[in-house]
Design a protein around this ligand. Structure first.
Ligand SMILES: NC(=O)c1ccc[n+]([C@@H]2O[C@H](COP(=O)([O-])OP(=O)(O)OC[C@H]3O[C@@H](n4cnc5c(N)ncnc54)[C@H](O)[C@@H]3O)[C@@H](O)[C@H]2O)c1
Length: 550
């Protein structure tokens, strides 16, 4: 097909990225805005790479504008010959993207050719499981993709439109991406960076000999990208997708990029960390229906550029810090491992006791209020009360009686005790004798003190010679005496938070209540405060206030 001319299609409202907006369609049938003064004669050379095609622009005067302007809704788009049948999920127009776009070509069924803003070209370093799936899916969404890998076999496989891995649906997507000219695979990272707008890094991060994350491939990739950026004038966004420990991007990869390029991230080029949540065997589906999309970025411009790539996909899009984006992937996987281990321990115990494990767990997972929910998952203080410790101990006994090994379940109470110890060491590190504690019951708004971790904390502090005073509206001195708590502690009750703060030199807040926050406000600024409950950001960043795990 010879593409020989370019036409204005319709007038449209002005957009930020392209001030004199004219609506046109790209070859994927997506509407974009272009400047009417810049309408160009376009020629397509089928020998060119996708990146080269999108950067080929030949200026020429307008021929004949269409008489009927096109409507702006996707439903009203005309049939486009070059449109791939695979474009099942067209994203909205790219005209509000924070990076500037090259022009692309469009053939309308009338035979007219429009030249339009192309979606950003993406280079992908590392064509393993994550990289190959990303390459196929981003091509499918209308991006030109340049894949890079040092493995020449992989390159040849991809360039034949075949899949380098076993993954349902991937071979078809790659084959189509090649056929419509939106995917090429090469071995030269520099060329790929020069010819793309965004580089995604999907190289492996295997475990080293001691279990640490081996960053050698990532370091090499950052070096290669940096040296290309050194000679590239256009703004470029580097997106790290490989799983890494928090701070890797900021402390290791950005310095490599900056050194190799002689440029500054956030100013001369963008950097994001965008973890991948796909599961092998359902990777394509997971790409289109991710549980979430997380983007950590050095600046808003690069974050917005990456967010644009995922526009229209399901799942919440979360823009956050680079470190949170890095860590959440590790935490997700550990949580998944924990869930599998827990389910299997329950299964072993059920089998040993003649109970149907699937029946039990099917009921368990139905509870999305307490079991599969954010409840009990926010970092805070240790658990206690009349049920959790007792019943965990009960399950441990059942497992022992039935000779079932349940190391995960056995570790729960131990983990809880370590958390109390952690609070203890934070408090004793303040080297203060008189300590005020807000809350004694195992949680606020109850008078139940059975197995209260706050009471255990007080006991251990008193053992170390500290003077403890407490305020808890639901605990009377007699209650403590009835529980066998020493008379000295039972007499140390304060009638209000003012009395507590005025008679002690440090405050420990164990209840997240009005009186807990009130006491912290009174203490703020002149005595140390240890927050066990997450009082909020105003305390989180206060100078003399420390959170137990934030
Ligand atoms: N496999 C998964 O299901 C999955 C899911 C989410 C995240 N991750 C993470 O994504 C990353 C990649 O995982 P994977 O399973 O795709 O790895 P992989 O080992 O399958 O592929 C990595 C590829 O990177 C290539 N490579 C190495 N150095 C390169 C360089 N400098 N330039 C270009 N290519 C280079 C290798 O040749 C290889 O083909 C890892 O950090 C992994 O933890 C994997």
């Amino acid at each position: 097909m010879i593409y020989d001319s370019t036409y204005v299609i319709s007038e449209s409202s002005t957009t930020a990225a392209m001030p004199q907006g004219v609506m046109m369609l790209n070859k994927n049938g997506l509407e974009i805005a272009v400047n009417p003064g810049e309408i160009s004669l376009a020629e397509k050379n089928s020998q060119l790479s996708p990146a080269e095609q999108s950067s080929q622009i030949f200026k020429a005067p307008l021929k004949e504008p269409l008489k009927e302007p096109l409507k702006s809704t996707p439903q009203s788009l005309p049939e486009v010959t070059a449109k791939s049948e695979l474009d099942i999920n067209p994203s909205p127009a790219a005209n509000d993207s924070p990076i500037s776009f090259k022009l692309d070509l469009l053939e309308l069924d009338s035979g007219q050719i429009a030249e339009i803003a192309a979606k950003p070209t993406i280079s992908i370093l590392g064509l393993g499981y994550v990289g190959a799936v990303s390459a196929a899916c981003f091509s499918h969404r209308g991006h030109s993709v340049i894949g890079v890998d040092p493995d020449v076999e992989k390159i040849a496989t991809l360039n034949r439109g075949e899949s380098p891995i076993v993954e349902e649906g991937l071979a078809d997507l790659l084959d189509n991406a090649r056929r419509v000219g939106r995917l090429e695979a090469i071995c030269e990272p520099r060329k790929a960076v020069m010819e793309s707008d965004i580089t995604m890094v999907c190289v492996g991060t295997p475990a080293g000999p001691d279990g640490e994350c081996d960053l050698k491939y990532l370091r090499m990739a950052a070096e290669q990208i940096g040296s290309a950026l050194a000679v590239k004038d256009d703004y470029h966004v580097v997106v790290f997708r490989s799983t890494v420990p928090p701070k890797t991007t900021r402390d290791i990869l950005i310095p490599i990029l900056e050194k190799a390029s002689g440029k500054f991230s956030g100013r001369d080029f963008g950097v994001c960390f965008n973890p991948e949540f796909l599961r092998e065997s359902s990777a394509i589906k997971d790409f289109y229906e991710p549980p979430k999309t997380v983007i950590g970025a050095v600046d808003q411009r690069s974050s917005a550029a990456v967010a644009e790539l995922y526009k229209g996909l399901s799942g919440e899009l979360i823009e956050t810090t680079i470190e949170a984006a890095e860590f959440v992937k590790y935490i997700d996987n550990t949580w998944h491992g924990l869930k599998v281990g827990f389910g299997n321990e329950v299964g072993r115990l059920c089998k040993a006791m003649g109970v149907d494990s699937h029946q039990v767990m099917n009921i368990f997972v139905k509870d999305t209020k307490l079991n599969l929910s954010p409840y009990y998952l926010r970092p805070g203080f240790a658990f206690g009360g009349s049920c959790l410790p007792k019943d965990t101990r009960g399950i441990m006994n059942l497992a022992a009686d039935n000779s079932v090994s349940t190391p995960l379940i056995d570790s729960i109470l131990n983990s809880n005790d370590r958390h109390i110890e952690h609070a203890l060491s934070m408090i004793t590190a303040c080297k203060v004798k008189r300590i005020g504690i807000v809350g004694l019951t195992f949680k606020a708004h109850t008078d139940d003190m059975r197995e209260s971790p706050l009471l255990e904390l007080v006991r251990q502090l008193r053992e170390r010679g500290h003077d403890i005073r407490y305020f808890d509206p639901n605990v009377a001195s007699e209650d403590l005496l009835k529980m066998g708590v020493e008379r000295q502690l039972s007499y140390s009750r304060c009638l209000n938070i003012e009395q507590l703060v005025n008679t002690t030199d440090m405050l420990v807040v164990g209840h997240n209540t009005d009186y807990g926050r009130g006491a912290a406000h009174l203490a703020e600024g002149f005595m140390p405060v240890v927050d066990l409950v997450g009082l909020g950001n105003s305390f989180k960043y206060a100078k003399n206030c420390q959170g137990i795990c934030w």
